[in-house]
Design a binder for this molecule. Structure first.
Ligand code: CA
Length: 439
C-alpha cells in the first residue's frame, strides 16, 4: 500500500502556474498519466503526465535525457504509444518517476528549463485509450446499486445470498473500451416487450450510463499464482473514471442464465487520465462492515485493508441534453456519490478474489468496479435507479425530462478527492455523446 512522502506535501507549488490553482484537477501532488498527441496531427501517440493545464510529454523528456536512473528508464517506457510497459515495471520504478517529476516540476527546480520545453497544452491535445487493454472484467461492488436494482426484480430479497461473501463480477470485452470524447452510436439489439409474442431487433429504448471507476492492473501474475491481499495493491497502477454504458431492455431479455452480453459491450468509456495509487495515498479510509454483516473470509482480509483499504473519491454525473446545448445551458449534475461509501469491496479485494483460483491478470487489464451508487436515491449511479426502472422521469432545470438517454445527450463523469491537510486533486473528465442508431 502506498505511503505518504514528500510528493504529497500540500505546500508544494509548481512553476507551471495553472497547477497551483485551487480548482485544478492536476496539482503537482497528482501527476496522472495519459496517452496523447497534438490534435489533427500525424504525431506518434506517447505517454504524458498532467500538470495544471499542461502535459509533460514523456517522449520529449526521454529524448532530452532529463531524468536518469530508474526514473530515466520509466520515462523511456512511458514514451511508448501505450503505457503497458511502464505499468509492468512495478512500484519502485513508478515511485522513482513520481519523485523525479515532483522535484522537476517544483518551483525553483534546476530542471525547469529542460522540462518547460517538454510541455504541451492540454487544450491542443487529443487522447487515446492509455493502455492496451488485454482483458476487461466488470465487478458489482456497489452494494446500494445491487440492492436498488435487486429491489426492482425481487422486492422481498433484493440482495442475493452470495453478495456479502463473494465480490461478484463477470468477464466483459476489451475491444470496445473507448476514450473520453469519442461519441458512440445507440446500439440495436433484441427487445422483448412484456406483452409481445416474440422479440424484435431494434435500437435500444432504454440506454443508460453506469458511474464506475476503472482499476488498471500494473504488474500481472502468472497462471496458477494467486495474489494475496498483502500484495494486491502492488499490482495496481491506478484508477480512472469509467462509464459502462448499458442497454437495459436488451439486458433484461438476454441476461438469464449467463449474465449481460450485448447489452454492455457496444461501448465503455474511460477518462484519458490514470490517477496513480501513489497519488491517492492521502485519501485512504478504513474498510469497515456495518454491524451484523459477515467479516470477509480470511483470504479477503488483511490489516492494511482494515486500516485503509477504502479510497474516498467524490463522484458526479452530469447530463447535457441537445436543447440545453442549443440554448447555452451548462451540463447539469444529476447524481453525486462517494467511492468509499458506495463500494462493499475494496480494490485489493477485487484483485485478490479475481486471482484466487489461479486466473492470470496482465499489465493493462481493466477491472470495472460496478455502478457506484450511494445509499440515498439522489446518489444513484444510473438512470435505471434514478427513474425507478424508467417509471419516474427526472426533470432538468430547463424542463427537459429523461427516463433513459436520448440521441444527442452528453454524459460526463467527474471525480475529486478532498481531505483536510492535503491538496485536493481530480480525475479530469470522462465524457461522451450518444449518436443516433445506424438503423
Ligand atoms: Ca457495469
Amino acid at each position: 500500500m502506498s505511503t505518504l512522502n514528500e510528493t504529497h506535501d500540500p505546500f508544494l507549488r509548481s512553476w507551471v502556474e495553472s497547477a497551483n490553482r485551487e480548482d485544478t484537477d492536476f496539482p503537482i501532488q497528482n501527476l496522472p498519466f495519459a496517452v496523447f498527441r497534438r490534435q489533427d496531427s500525424a504525431e506518434a501517440w506517447r505517454g504524458g503526465v498532467a500538470i495544471g493545464d499542461q502535459i509533460v510529454d514523456l517522449a520529449a523528456v526521454a529524448a532530452r535525457g532529463v531524468f536518469s536512473g530508474e526514473a530515466g528508464l520509466a520515462v523511456q517506457a512511458g514514451a511508448q504509444d501505450r503505457l503497458n510497459v511502464l505499468m509492468a515495471m512495478g512500484l519502485v520504478v513508478w515511485a522513482a518517476l513520481r519523485l523525479a517529476l515532483s522535484r522537476g516540476l517544483r518551483e525553483g527546480s534546476v530542471q525547469q528549463s529542460a522540462l518547460q520545453a517538454c510541455l504541451v497544452p492540454q487544450a491542443q491535445a487529443e487522447f487515446d485509450v492509455p493502455v492496451r487493454v488485454g482483458d476487461y472484467t466488470d465487478f458489482y461492488v456497489g452494494i446500494h446499486h445491487a440492492t436498488s436494482v435487486g429491489k426492482l426484480f425481487r422486492p422481498d430479497s433484493p440482495l442475493l445470498a452470495n453478495y456479502k461473501w463473494v465480490p461478484i463480477g463477470y468477464h466483459g470485452r476489451a475491444s470496445t473500451i473507448v476514450v473520453s470524447g469519442q461519441p458512440f452510436r445507440r446500439p440495436q439489439g433484441q427487445l422483448m416487450a412484456p406483452d409481445a409474442a416474440q422479440p424484435v431487433l431494434a435500437p435500444t429504448k432504454r440506454l443508460d450510463f453506469e458511474l464506475e471507476l476503472g482499476v488498471f492492473i500494473g504488474k500481472g501474475n502468472a497462471v496458477g499464482q494467486p495474489i494475496a491481499m498483502s500484495d494486491a495493491e502492488s499490482h495496481v497502477f491506478g484508477l480512472t473514471l469509467f462509464n459502462d454504458w448499458s442497454a437495459r431492455d436488451v439486458q433484461a431479455w438476454e441476461y438469464q442464465p449467463l449474465g449481460p452480453f450485448l447489452s454492455k459491450n457496444f461501448a465503455s468509456t474511460v477518462s484519458p487520465w490514470i490517477v496513480t495509487m501513489d497519488a491517492l495515498a492521502p485519501f485512504r479510509r478504513p474498510f469497515a462492515r456495518v454491524d451484523g454483516d459477515p467479516d470477509p473470509l480470511p483470504y479477503l482480509d488483511s490489516p492494511d485493508n482494515r486500516a485503509a483499504g477504502a479510497i474516498d473519491i467524490a463522484l458526479e454525473v452530469l447530463l447535457q441534453t441537445p436543447k440545453m446545448r442549443k440554448t447555452g445551458k451548462p451540463a447539469q449534475c444529476i447524481s453525486r456519490s462517494r467511492f468509499a461509501d458506495a463500494a462493499y469491496w475494496t480494490v485489493a479485494q477485487m484483485v485478490t478474489h479475481h486471482t484466487v483460483n489461479g486466473c492470470a491478470l496482465s499489465s493493462g487489464d481493466l477491472l470495472g468496479t460496478g455502478t457506484l451508487s450511494g445509499a440515498r436515491p439522489e446518489e444513484a449511479g444510473s438512470l435505471l435507479e434514478l427513474t425507478h426502472g424508467g417509471k419516474k422521469p427526472i426533470t432538468l432545470p430547463n424542463g427537459d425530462q429523461r427516463t433513459f438517454l436520448e440521441d444527442g445527450d452528453i454524459v460526463t463523469l467527474t471525480g475529486r478527492c478532498h481531505k483536510a491537510g492535503f491538496k485536493p486533486l481530480g480525475f479530469g473528465l470522462c465524457t461522451a455523446e450518444v449518436l443516433p442508431s445506424v438503423v
